[in-house]
Design a protein around this ligand. Sequence first.
Ligand code: HEC
Length: 263
Amino acid sequence: MFELNKISFLLFLIFNTLFTFDGDAKSAGGETYDLIKPGFSFEGATGTFDRAQLRRGYQVYKEVCASCHSMKQLSFRNLSQKGGPEYTESDAKIFASEFFITDSFDDYGDPIERARVLSDRFPDPYESKEAAKASNNGAYPPDLSLIVKARSGGYNYIYSLLQGYGKEIPEGVEISDTLSYNPWFPGGGIAMYQPLYDESVEYEDGTYASIEQMSADVTAFLAWSAEPEMEERKRLGFIVMSFLFIFALLMFFTTNRLWRDVH
Ligand code: HEC
């Protein structure tokens, strides 16, 4: 009986560790509205990203969000790396070459503009933080590379926020004219106007671009950018856990056998 208890305790420990590895367990902390949780493919201990969804998400970012938000942690080569949207390298090269950068000077000291290459970062829409604020009523559009990790509620918060426009302002809530009401944003008044409308983009894969669809796709893309190594981490985690499990069983039977005749 005692041994059985020990085994179940071990199993409990192992599975507990396995499942707390999952990034889903963030607290929603004090929201008045419940977060919308559509259930993404990358959730859970073995969930992976949906490549087609990441590609659609990149399209939404590029065509809508990139006019205000930078994603400084991403380089164009990330778009073709394993575990991400997995575009071919030549596609990623083409994406890079659509943007220019000035990072060197000719012999006369004049700046040279060149097309970006795979090792270049995503472009910044504004010259400076001040310029960004000046264009957005004094509010700074945060860099989106790590935003999923930086907000309580994680990707479900971003997903809800993007769909949180057009709702009636409840009585007693005052929203200034320069802000939009969004129940998921702390305080309810956000300086970002509604960014997505049905068919804001025309998806290359033919998917209908509803607000809901685009919100999900760009959220998945942001979840990937916040942790590009997620799939690898889960794969390794699984291997380590399987090893520990087998090792624990072996140790259990060995100990049992060794001590069998002692008492
Ligand atoms: C016209 C400019 C503009 C566009 C386009 C835009 N945003 Fe924003 N965004 C802002 C500004 C300004 C803020 C800061 C809001 C504030 O602090 O009140 C913001 C804030 C955010 C935040 C942070 C919210 C928080 O909790 O602090 C997220 C996430 C976000 N935007 C995502 C997106 C996504 C995804 C897109 C594309 C679908 C997008 N934005 C398009 C201007 C923009």
